[in-house]
Write a protein that binds this ligand. Structure first.
Ligand code: C2E
Ligand code: CA
Ligand code: CA
Length: 778
């Protein structure tokens, strides 16, 4: 150690030592900066930076050595042979390259430490080869322990320098790394130099080509300075350019730099969007990839939408805009290419959602209307036909209520599946809301095509929906209207298909009905009546006729049946058989039924005799939960004795919510109201219905009475019913008695009461017949 310090102090010009150290420091700093650059880059670029670092380091070491040698003061003049001088530089560079390559190959602390070791060997190889270049009259001798020691300190510091670079961060790794590398180079050099001894000799062989040491010094210094400065410059320029490129690559838009109409550069994003490579793009004209008018694009204030042909042949929707820039010192334009694929996809999704039902993914009403318009336009042009189907699911509401909405949703999806399966290409199956489905069948031979499709739908429903066993299965009804026969526009067609659907449902479900003009007239009249009926009570157009009921035992009129009439301002008197079903379907039966009850009770109160009054109840009135309270209130209000009131109900009333209906009837029965089974023999005529509830009377339907005279079967039915009534202890009434013969027959069969025009037509009632009573009551 001391001898090394002594060697520096005694044998060297201290000023030149500083120059050497400064050169070394610059070289080391450049090396470390290049290290850092190499580390920032990815593989292929890293190679260049490793090579640059090897050059900076090698030349730095080499220059340090020769400047230090310049500082070496000895009385004997020294020159340098060219080849070993050059060879020493090669060793320094190669050694550095090997060391740095090894360090970066594995890029961990160990590989960096190994790199340091190799670096020291490189410095050593350079040093001793450089020493061989010395040509002097003296003989050089080396001390082996010093050589070993010099390499050892070199290894230590160089490894430390490499590891420090790997471990430390930011400026510190550059500064500390560079200082340790400086120490490695200098300590190796001076330790080795402290073991050098010169002994004068005369016949040292000299190479022909030798350089004077001052010239060499100048060359070395110039070379070192140039190299170090240029590598530092390279780092900064590269960083600047890389950052710019990184900036351009980070952009979401593809960028093409154009000069004189040709592409001179492009960013990564453009390659990603298009799939083309730099080689294919650079040098080409932008029109080769883009459908575009450069001039229009330059002038356009807003981005223009166009397509980019991708490498895979796909047309990519893009929007483009052109901006002027200065690029590499030239006026250039940059063509910005924005990929619209994602935006288009989102747009398509929104459009899809706007036109489709979320649950079933079928077209919704808006798309249905659109398709309908298109289909009609096309049919108009080509004189074709279009069928429109309206579909309705039977029992859907009940399933939704009983099994919940999830089950309802599942069912709707199943139905959508069936319809899509049976529909042909070009047909539109839509869900218009709730359980309302519709189909457009454009441009086919009608009504054959519609008949086939309707059949397929019904068959498929029957196969997939086992309504008999599966409580969550539904049936379907279809109404069909055909353009141009059944309507000139979409609204009319749809309304007519709906009318046909209505008929199909009335035909007993699971049916398909075509629209026809008769149906239309009936439907229109029906709709009109439906509207008029809503006003009928308020406008006092309803009134009751009373038909006497003759009692066989007492040979007198024991009561009257109230029969509803509607005096329509335009159509005159309308029969209940026409308007009651309409009232039932439109729901106005509830109000009308209540009115009838109150009216009948009120009028019966005015009769002189306390005859009974029979009121017909629609099955739908039993759906009113407060029916019992309503009747009780009316009785209280009018003051009619409940025993005078008879309610005529048909078996249909017992079909739905049977227990609730029976409970209501029980309560009414307890109140004293009598209940009559009306129209017996037509519907289910079930004995169990008669047994389930103690009816006060059975009324044989009038259709049997009409047939009694010439149809023995009718007579046996009437006889059976009367027999049944007897066995159940229920008196039997026969209605529709028109003739003496009929009267005789039914009395013979044992009927207790009779009703019919033979005894009296339905008319204004006993209040008119007994004016005295009327006045007394009024
Ligand atoms: P219904 O309950 O069977 O009423 C008896 C029907 O037979 C009445 O017809 C009556 O006019 C008719 N009729 C009476 N005598 C004879 C006869 O000798 N021969 C024949 N062929 N018919 C006779 P109307 O008044 O047209 O009533 C028809 C149906 O309308 C009734 O049948 C009943 O079901 C319903 N209805 C009538 N008024 C009401 C009411 O206020 N409420 C409800 N819900 N339904 C009513
Ligand atoms: Ca009746
Ligand atoms: Ca009847």
């Amino acid at each position: 150690m001391f001898s090394v310090i002594a060697c520096i102090r005694d044998d060297h010009d201290i000023r030149l030592i500083f120059v050497a150290a400064f050169t070394c420091l610059m070289g080391s700093l450049a090396t470390m900066l290049l290290f850092a650059r190499a580390q920032e880059c990815r593989s292929h670029q890293r190679r260049y930076w490793i090579t640059a670092a090897a050059f900076a380091s090698g030349v730095g070491i080499w220059a340090t050595h020769f400047i230090a040698m310049l500082a070496y003061q000895d009385s004997i003049p020294i020159t340098y042979a060219v080849s070993p001088t050059l060879l020493s530089m090669v060793f320094a560079i190669l050694g550095s390259w090997l060391a740095i390559s090894v360090a970066f190959e594995w890029d961990n602390s160990i590989s960096f430490a190994c790199g340091g070791v190799l670096m020291a060997f490189g410095i050593g190889a350079m040093h001793f080869t450089g020493m061989q270049a010395i040509e002097t009259s003296a003989k050089l001798s080396y001390s082996l322990p010093r050589i070993v020691a010099s390499v050892a300190v070199g290894i230590s510091f160089a490894s430390l320098a490499f590891v420090a670079f790997r471990r430390l961060h930011r400026v510190r790794r550059i500064v500390v790394g560079a200082l340790l590398l400086l120490l490695a180079i200098c300590s190796l050099h001076f330790t080795a130099m402290s073991g050098v001894a010169l002994t004068l000799e005369t016949d040292v062989p000299s190479e022909a080509l030798a350089i004077d040491r001052s010239i060499l010094a100048s060359i070395v210094l110039a070379a070192a300075t140039a190299l170090i400065l240029s590598s530092l410059g390279a780092i900064f320029i590269d960083r600047h350019l890389t950052d710019l490129r990184g900036f351009a690559n980070a952009s979401l838009e593809g960028l093409l730099v154009l000069r004189d109409g040709r592409i001179i550069d492009a960013n990564e994003r453009f390659f990603t969007i298009s799939g083309w490579s730099a080689q294919q793009v650079v040098g080409a004209v932008p029109e080769a990839f883009l459908t575009l008018d450069l001039e229009a694009c330059t002038e356009a204030a807003i981005p223009l939408e166009t397509t980019l042909s991708g490498r895979d042949g796909k047309a990519i929707p893009v929007e483009t805009v052109i901006r002027s820039i200065t690029y590499r010192g030239h006026e250039c334009s940059v063509l910005v290419v924005r990929d619209l694929t994602e935006r288009r996809r989102a747009q398509q999704m929104i459009e899809h959602l706007a036109h489709h039902d979320i649950l079933t993914d079928l077209p919704n009403r808006s798309l249905f209307d659109q398709r309908m318009r298109q289909a009609l336009q096309m049919a108009n042009r080509k004189h074709g036909e279009v069928a429109v189907f309206c579909l309705d699911l039977d029992r859907f509401k009940a399933i939704n209520d009983v099994f919940g909405h999830a089950e309802g949703d599942r069912l709707l999806c199943r139905v959508a599946g069936i319809l899509q399966r049976v529909a042909e290409e070009g047909d539109t199956v839509a869900r218009l809301g709730g359980d309302e489905f519709a189909i457009i069948q454009p441009m086919r031979q009608q009504p054959e095509a519609a008949t086939r499709l309707a059949e397929r739908i019904l068959v498929e429903f029957a196969a997939e929906m086992d309504t008999a066993r599966d409580p969550t299965a539904v049936g379907v009804s279809l109404g069909i209207a055909i353009f141009p026969r059944d309507g000139a526009n979409a609204e009319q067609l749809y309304a007519n298909a709906d009318t046909a659907l209505y008929r199909a449902k009335r035909a007993g479900r699971g049916h398909a009905c075509f629209f026809d003009a008769e149906m239309d007239k009936a439907a229109r009249m029906r709709r009109q009546l439906e509207n008029d009926l809503r006003q009928a009570i308020l406008r006092k157009q309803l009134y009751l006729d009373y038909q006497p009921i003759y009692d066989v035992g007492s040979d007198s009129v024991s009561g009257y049946e109230a029969l509803l009439r509607w005096r329509h301002p335009d159509r005159g008197i309308i029969e209940p058989e026409t308007f009651i079903p309409i009232a039932e379907e439109s729901g106005s039966i509830a109000a009308i039924g209540e009115w009838v009850l109150e009216q009948a009770c009120q009028e019966a109160m005015r009769w002189r005799q306390p005859a009974s009054v029979a009121v017909n109840l629609s099955p739908l009135q039993f759906m009113i939960p407060t029916l019992y309270d309503q009747i009780e209130r009316i009785l209280r209000k009018t003051g009619l004795d409940p025993r005078r009131l008879e309610l005529e109900i048909t078996e249909a009333a017992l079909m739905r919510e049977r227990t609730a209906v029976l409970a209501t009837l029980q309560r009414l029965h307890r109140l004293g109201v009598r209940v009559v089974m009306d129209d017996f023999g037509t519907g289910f005529s079930s004995l169990s219905n008669l047994r389930a509830f103690p009816f006060d009377k059975i009324k044989v339907d009038r259709s049997f009475t009409g047939a009694l005279e010439h149809d023995p079967a009718a007579r046996s039915i009437v006889r059976a019913i009367i027999g049944l009534g007897h066995s159940l202890n229920m008196p039997v009434v026969t209605e529709g008695v028109e003739t003496e013969i009929q009267r005789r027959i039914v009395i013979e069969e044992g009927c207790a009461q009779l009703q019919g025009i033979f005894f009296g037509k339905p008319d204004i009632g006993p209040s008119q017949q007994f004016p005295d009573m009327d006045r007394a009551a009024g």
